[in-house]
Design a protein around this ligand. Structure first.
Ligand SMILES: Nc1ncnc2c1ncn2[C@@H]1O[C@H](COP(=O)(O)OP(=O)(O)OP(=O)(O)O)[C@@H](O)[C@H]1O
Length: 603
């Protein structure tokens, strides 16, 4: 029970490690997860398997029809009926098999699609701390590689299990009709196979899960390298990153080989068992024939059934192995689906803005205490401050003081350990999340630009904005010439993370995107750090313009960008040191004075 709680807690907080989650998996969790995905497709899978079975049965009747046809031809009889019967059997058999195949494939595609959609629904709504504690590459591999493994179970393993079971049962009944003693011998062998498979098959599952985790590790290593492609090259680190990929590939190979070895053991056990049973049946059967208990013909018929049983048993053992593979994949998918997602929040929607544009919002922190991880020193130590609606407020202070974290708490990416963050006097936890974020325009520190076109980047938050509106925000972000310079204007692709734009352009695209949402509160994190002097001055104008109609909070390292702010909040080691205007702080706060002095602003 306790182990389950560890897993639940790890998922909820995102603070667990993969190992902790692995150790905490309850027994049979994979099986249950697999059953959950297969359940809705059960009728289709059953139907597909039965169609295949019927097609196979018609195939079995073909030799009989052919025999009658040859007999008739030998006796110079007209054989029209037999020819038609054979033709119908061939055609119908083929159609039924193809139909069964199609039904199974369609069910498998539905199953995979449902799992992928379920994952897509969850993953983009994960809580920020949870998402940040998982490797994106590993999450991607759950959506791509693991879901593909489910497909294999739905098409091959389920059909093999169903047809294998039916044919095995029929064969066993026929063997029982022939001789119960020999059947007893055969069943003893089957029991031995089941027992040894029971020992081996879970090992196949475990090794497969480790293979999939290693494949996820490869995804993570690739994502890491492509996420900082130029840095990797500039650092001459290709070889080391390649080594990481090799290591992950090697681990996948090792685990894959281990799974294959256990599969080989399982196959060998079942094959040897069947051969042993053949010899035992031959021996016991011989004695029974000698004692007159059965005829030779009964023994021959029994052995023929035994031979036909062998591939079926192999089929069943193979299917059991595939179920283990599927269960391992289903478990990884389920784990991702169970990761904690953001609470959409209840509470009433804020009143609609009347008439002339959105109302600026006030912000307040009320004795906020927050740490990213338990056990580490808090990043905010009971901080309180108030920002009235409208105007420009800057946050300054040494690196690591907790400035960006202020924005993360306002956006509710994280929640305070104690105290309250208020927007318009209302605790952000009591806002509907979508309304809260709709009220805020946020420009991240890295000002990320997504792959796609310039237009797609701008439309991210306001999908139906007109070209006129786009040009207007580009103008306000001093980017009016960008769209004209780019070869395909707004429809030019900007590369992975905007790699085809300059650093300053990326930031301004992010600012234009934020402005397009007509936010009530604009959060700019280091928004001007990568701009040249002319652009910085221009953007200062943009920010000042914005601050006339909305509340603007800026995290700034370069004091030159915020000396004109209505108020500057000086942070240090998770505390608010001082609040005031540039002139007041220069005169009263030693740290601010030092910051200004180092940036040649003291005079
Ligand atoms: N997602 C995170 N998980 C864990 N710790 C974090 C996370 N983000 C920030 N921190 C830590 O919290 C502290 C405050 O970070 P924050 O980004 O708020 O500082 P900052 O004042 O904005 O710094 P800078 O000026 O360098 O951007 C730092 O020590 C940082 O290492």
């Amino acid at each position: 029970m306790e182990t389950v709680n560890v897993a639940a807690e790890a998922r909820e907080t995102g603070r667990g490690t993969g190992d902790a989650e692995r150790a905490a998996r309850p027994r049979g969790a994979g099986r249950r997860a697999l059953a959950r995905y297969l359940r809705p497709q059960r009728p289709a899978i059953l139907g597909g398997a039965l169609l295949g079975l019927a097609g196979g049965a018609l195939g079995l009747a073909q030799p009989l029809a052919a025999e009658r046809l040859v007999n008739d031809l030998e006796r110079d009889r007209t054989a029209t009926t037999e020819v038609i019967a054979l033709g119908v059997l061939v055609l119908l058999g083929a159609v039924l098999v193809a139909l069964g195949h199609l039904v199974l494939e369609r069910a498998a595609e539905r199953l995979v699609c449902t799992a992928r959609r379920g994952l897509a629904d969850r993953l983009l709504r994960l809580r920020v701390p949870v998402a940040e504690r998982h490797e994106p590459g590993d999450l991607i591999s759950r959506v791509t590689a693991d879901t593909t493994l489910l497909r294999q179970v739905a098409t091959q393993a389920m059909a093999a299990a169903l047809t294998g079971t039916v044919i095995t049962l029929v064969t066993v009944v026929m063997m029982g009709v022939l001789d119960l003693v020999l059947l007893g011998v055969t069943l003893a062998v089957i029991a031995f196979i089941s027992l040894s498979s029971g020992l081996v098959i879970p090992r196949i599952g475990r090794a497969t899960r480790q293979t999939q985790e290693a494949v996820g590790g490869m995804g993570a290593a690739l994502e890491r390298a492509f996420g900082a492609f130029r840095t990797v090259k500039a650092s001459g680190a290709e070889q080391r990153e390649i080594a990481r990929l090799h290591e992950a590939a090697e681990r996948a190979r090792l685990m894959g080989t281990r799974a294959a070895s256990w599969e080989a053991v399982s196959d060998t056990v079942s094959q040897v068992s069947v051969q042993v049973s053949f010899l035992v049946v031959l021996g016991v059967g011989g004695v029974r024939v000698a004692s007159g208990a059965i005829d030779v013909s009964t023994l021959v018929a029994f052995l023929l059934y035994l031979f036909s049983l062998a591939p079926r048993i192999n089929q069943l053992v193979g299917a059991a192995g595939q179920f283990q593979v599927g269960a391992a994949a289903a478990l990884r998918i389920r784990e991702a689906e169970e990761m904690a997602v953001e609470d959409p929040g209840a509470g009433p929607e804020p009143a609609a803005d009347a008439g002339c544009g959105p109302r600026p919002a006030s912000v307040a922190f009320d004795r906020v205490r927050f740490g990213y991880r338990p056990g580490l020193p808090a990043v905010h130590r009971r901080i309180s401050f108030t920002v009235p609606a409208r105007g420009l407020t800057a946050f300054v202070g040494p690196s690591g003081a907790g400035k960006t974290t202020v924005f993360s708490l306002i956006e509710r990416f994280y929640e305070p350990d104690s105290g309250r963050v208020l927007l318009d006097g209302r605790d952000v936890r009591h806002w509907p999340l979508s309304a809260l974020r709709a009220a805020i325009g946020y420009v991240e520190q890295d000002a990320p630009v997504l792959a796609g076109t310039l237009r797609e980047n701008l439309l991210l938050g306001v999908p139906h904005a007109t070209d006129g509106q786009l040009r207007e925000v580009l103008r306000r972000a001093r980017l009016d010439d960008l769209a004209d310079r780019l070869p395909e204007g707004l429809d030019t692709t900007v590369g992975h993370r905007g790699s085809m734009l300059s650093g300053g352009e990326r930031q301004r695209v992010a600012i234009a995107r934020a402005l397009l949402r007509s936010p009530r509160l604009l959060l700019l994190d280091e928004a001007t750090s990568q701009l040249d002097a002319a652009n910085e001055a221009a953007l200062r104008g943009t920010v000042a313009d914005a601050a006339r109609t909305m509340t603007v909070l800026v995290v700034a390292h370069r004091l030159s960008t915020v000396t004109g702010a209505d108020r500057i909040v000086v942070m240090e080691a998770g505390r608010i040191r001082a609040v005031g205007t540039h002139a007041k702080l220069l005169a009263s706060d030693e740290l601010y004075g030092r910051l200004a002095a180092t940036q040649l602003l003291a005079n």
